[in-house]
Design a protein around this ligand. Structure first.
Ligand code: 5GP
Ligand code: ZN
Length: 124
């Protein structure tokens, strides 16, 4: 099956973030445009913890392979910057875990936007 068709099937079935984009499960949405949806993380790891995701289903950074997916990922970063500015975040961290060993648990590309406390480096 072509990758695009597989992604489409995934989107239609069991991806929780696709369901949030479609309004099928609730989330506290803080930003939305034609490319991007951003919402509060259910289990926040910082005083501000927002997930910025492409409306199009991409499983991870590994699926940023063409102009459409690169646009979707870039729009996520632009939205994160706008959210940070609108909320006067000052310092903030953007994280995207790629693969289970890196901590990815939801396989729809997402950028964690974290702020409101001092961040340690390196991450655990
Ligand atoms: P990952 O572990 O893949 O980098 O990040 C997934 C994030 O999604 C986690 O921070 C987790 O708390 C969040 N999350 C998982 N399920 C839901 C959900 O149904 N709603 C919301 N708002 N966040 C979720
Ligand atoms: Zn999805």
């Amino acid at each position: 099956m072509a990758r695009g068709a597989n992604s489409f099937l995934m989107q239609m079935t069991d991806c929780i973030f696709c369901k949030i984009v479609a309004g099928e499960i609730p989330a506290t949405i803080v930003y939305r445009n034609e490319h991007v949806t951003a919402f509060q993380d259910l289990n926040p790891k910082a005083p501000t913890h927002i997930l910025v995701i492409p409306n199009q289903h991409l499983a991870s950074v590994n699926e940023i392979v063409d102009d459409a997916s690169a646009l979707a990922a870039g729009e996520c970063l632009r939205a994160a910057r706008e959210i940070a500015q609108q909320n006067n975040l000052g310092s903030y961290r953007i994280v995207t875990n790629t693969g289970a060993d890196a901590g990815q648990s939801v396989f729809h590309l997402h950028f964690h936007l974290l702020a409101g406390r001092r961040m340690a480096w390196p991450p655990g």
